[in-house]
Design a binder for this molecule. Structure first.
Ligand SMILES: NC(=O)C1=CN([C@@H]2O[C@H](COP(=O)(O)OP(=O)(O)OC[C@H]3O[C@@H](n4cnc5c(N)ncnc54)[C@H](O)[C@@H]3O)[C@@H](O)[C@H]2O)[C@@H](O)CC1
Ligand SMILES: Nc1ncnc2c1ncn2[C@@H]1O[C@H](COP(=O)(O)OP(=O)(O)O)[C@@H](O)[C@H]1O
Ligand SMILES: [K+]
Length: 501
C-alpha cells in the first residue's frame, strides 16, 4: 500500500529523508534528476532530438538544470536551458546546479519576460518551471509563459508536476496549466493525477522512486492509499487441500430482466470464475434456458411475473444484487424483501443502486459492511450532484463512515471508500475495458470473494484489483484494443493463480 501524500507532506517527507538517511539536499536532487533521466530516455531515447528545458528558480528548476547535464551525458547533443527569472528568489540547490551547469558547454538563456522569447524550435520541451511548491494560481509572466508553451504544441514532458497544476484539492477547469504529454513524477502519483479532472493537463504519467523514507510516509497515516500488487498477494489465500465446494461459500446473484439477462449471465459467471463454491442466480423464468446453456455450473431461482421468489435466507453466504434487475415494482419489492430479511453484507450494483437512490427508506436496512459499486452517474444519483471528483472523494469518505458501508466508485483508478475513512485507489485496469457489462463482472467477483469469507474491505480491494488485472493481462501491452466482459471473467482464475505464486 503506498500512501498518497499531499504537497506539504511530500515536502516534509523530503526533509525527513534528507535529515535521516542522511543525504544532502543537492544529492537527493541529483537522485531525482537521475530517476527522471532514466524514465525519460526509456520513452524518448532518440538522441538526435533537440530538447529545451524551461527552468524556474526553485527546486523544480534545480531539477531541470541537473536533468540538462544528465541528458547531455547520456548522449543528447542538442539540449539547451532557458531560465525564467521572474523573481529574484533562488533555492540553494538551484544555485549549486547552475554553478555546475555553467562549467559545461550546455547553452543557457536567461529571460525576465515572455516578450523576450522567440518561437521554440526544439522537438521536446521539458517543464521544470514550478513543481510541488505551487502556492497560488498562475498569473502574470508565469501564466503567459505557460500559455505560450502550450501554444507551441510541442511534446511536453514535465518534471514532477505540470506547472500550475495542484497536486490535491478541487481542480479549476479554467486554471492555466502546462499540458503534459508525460509527467515524470517523484515517488508517488499525486492524488489529482488519479482523477478524471486531470485529463486535460496530463496525458500520461509515470512515478519514479527517489528513495523517500517509507517508514516516515507510512506513519503519516494518509487517508489516501494506492493499491499495489503486494497488498493483494497478502489478502488472497490459497485453495486448500481437502477443501470442497462448501468451503468457498454459496453466493446468490439477484439480477436480470428478460431484456437484460446478459447482465445476470456476466455477473453470475464472474462469480463462479472468481471462486465461489456454489452460485445461484435469481433470474426471470424466460432467462432459464440462456442461463443453463451459458454456464451449467450456475443454479437458478426463477422469478415469474409478479410472484416474489421464495429465498431461504440461511442458505446463502452473501448476495450480489442489481445488474439488469430493472426498477419496476417487482424489483423494488424483491430488493426490499432482501434488505429487510438478510443481515450479512451484500453487494449492491446498477438498478439496485438506482432503487436505493429513489427510496431513501431502504438505506436504514442496508446490512453493515455492505458494498455499493456505483459508477459516477449512479454515485451522483445516490448522493447528489458533484461539481468535480475531489468533491466526490470527500462525499465517498463521509458516506462510507456514516452508513458503515464500502463504496466502490468505478473509474480508471477505481476508488474504494471504507467505513474507517480511508480511500484506496486501484492501480490496475485500462481503457480497453470501457465496454457495457464490465461492471456486472466486477460485482460478480466481489460477491464471490465475500462468499469465500474475505472481509468486505478485502473483497473490495482484491476484487477491484483482480478485475483490472485480468483486463490488463488480456489487453496490455498492445494485445487487445477492446476487452469484452466475459473474457475478463474467464481470465480471472488465470490472473488469480499468477498472483498466488
Ligand atoms: N529536496 C527536496 O525537497 C526535493 C525537491 N525536488 C523538487 O523540488 C520541487 C519543489 O521545489 P520548491 O519547493 O523549491 O518549489 P517550486 O520549484 O515548485 O517553486 C519555487 C517557488 O515558486 C514560488 N511560486 C509558487 N507558486 C507560484 C506562482 N503561482 N507564481 C509564481 N511563483 C510561485 C514559490 O515561492 C515556490 O517556493 C519538486 O516539485 C521537485 O521537482 C526534487 O529535487 C526532490 C527533492
Ligand atoms: N477507461 C477505463 N479505464 C479503466 N477501467 C475502466 C475504464 N472504463 C471502464 N472501466 C472499468 O469497467 C467497469 C465499468 O463499470 P460500469 O460502468 O458499471 O459498467 P456496466 O454498467 O456496463 O457494467 C468499471 O469497473 C471500470 O473501472
Ligand atoms: K514542472
Amino acid at each position: 500500500m503506498q500512501p498518497l501524500l499531499n504537497a506539504q507532506q511530500i515536502h516534509d517527507a523530503d526533509t525527513y529523508t534528507i535529515a535521516h538517511e542522511p543525504i544532502s539536499s543537492v544529492d537527493l536532487m541529483e537522485r531525482a534528476a537521475k530517476a527522471f533521466e532514466q524514465a525519460f530516455t526509456a520513452r524518448y531515447g532518440d538522441t538526435e532530438k533537440s530538447i529545451a528545458i524551461y527552468c524556474g528558480t526553485g527546486n523544480n528548476g534545480g531539477d531541470g538544470l541537473a536533468i540538462a547535464r544528465l541528458l547531455t551525458d547520456y548522449g543528447f547533443e542538442k539540449v539547451d536551458v532557458k531560465i525564467a527569472r521572474f523573481a529574484n528568489k533562488f533555492s540553494d540547490d538551484f544555485k549549486s546546479n547552475l554553478q555546475r551547469l555553467s562549467q559545461t558547454r550546455i547553452p543557457i538563456t536567461n529571460f525576465t519576460s515572455v516578450a523576450e522569447l522567440k518561437t521554440e524550435p526544439a522537438d521536446i520541451i521539458i517543464d521544470a518551471l514550478l513543481g510541488n511548491g505551487l502556492n497560488k494560481p498562475l498569473a502574470g509572466e508565469y501564466a503567459q509563459l505557460v500559455q505560450q508553451i502550450n501554444n507551441w504544441h510541442k511534446t511536453v514532458v514535465v518534471v514532477d508536476v505540470p506547472t500550475g497544476f495542484y497536486s490535491e484539492g478541487e481542480i479549476n477547469p479554467d486554471a492555466i496549466v502546462i499540458k503534459a504529454d508525460l509527467a515524470i513524477t517523484f515517488q508517488q502519483p499525486k492524488i489529482n493525477f488519479l482523477l478524471p479532472d486531470s485529463k486535460h493537463a496530463i496525458k500520461n504519467w509515470v512515478a519514479v522512486d527517489i528513495g523517500i523514507d517509507r517508514n516516515f510516509t507510512q506513519q503519516l497515516n494518509s487517508p489516501y492509499q494506492y493499491l499495489e500488487e503486494s497488498d493483494i498477494k497478502k489478502i488472497l489465500r490459497p485453495r486448500e487441500r481437502f477443501s470442497n465446494k462448501g468451503t468457498y461459500g454459496h453466493a446468490l446473484i439477484v439480477a436480470g430482466q428478460p431484456e437484460t439477462m446478459g447482465a445476470a449471465l456476466l455477473c453470475s459467471s464472474a462469480c463462479v470464475q472468481a471462486g465461489a463454491g456454489l452460485v445461484t442466480a435469481c433470474i426471470p423464468q424466460s432467462g432459464l434456458v440462456a442461463l443453463n446453456s451459458y454456464m451449467p455450473e450456475i443454479m437458478a431461482i426463477v422469478r415469474e411475473g409478479d410472484l416474489q421468489p421464495t429465498i431461504d435466507w440461511t442458505k446463502f453466504s452473501t448476495m450480489g444484487i442489481g445488474p439488469g434487475l430493472g426498477k419496476d415494482d417487482n424489483a423494488l419489492a424483491l430488493l426490499t424483501d432482501i434488505l429487510t430479511n438478510y443481515t450479512k453484507p451484500v453487494v449492491i450494483d446498477a438498478d439496485a443502486l438506482n432503487l436505493l437512490a429513489t427510496h431513501k427508506q431502504l438505506w436504514a436496512c442496508l446490512p453493515k459492511g455492505s458494498v455499493l459499486t456505483p459508477h459516477m452517474k449512479e454515485f451522483d444519483r445516490l448522493f447528489g450532484e458533484h461539481k468535480n471528483w475531489w468533491q466526490r472523494l470527500q462525499t465517498a469518505m463521509q458516506k462510507a463512515k456514516e452508513l458503515q458501508i464500502h463504496i466502490v466508485l468505478k473509474n480508471d483508478y477505481t476508488i474504494i471508500a471504507s467505513p474507517d475513512e480511508k480511500l484506496y485507489f486501484n492501480s490496475t485496469s485500462n481503457a480497453a475495458m470501457a465496454s457495457g457489462g464490465m461492471g456486472d463482472v466486477l460485482t460478480g467477483i466481489i460477491t464471490a470473494l465475500l462468499a469465500q469469507k474475505y472481509s468486505p474491505l478485502e473483497a473490495c480491494l482484491a476484487g477491484v484489483y483482480l478485475h483490472g488485472k485480468a483486463g490488463d493481462d488480456l489487453a496490455l501491452p498492445g494485445k487487445l484494443w477492446v476487452v469484452l466482459p466475459d473474457k475478463v471473467a474467464a481470465q480471472v482464475p488465470v490472473s488469480m493463480a499468477a498472483l498466488m505464486v
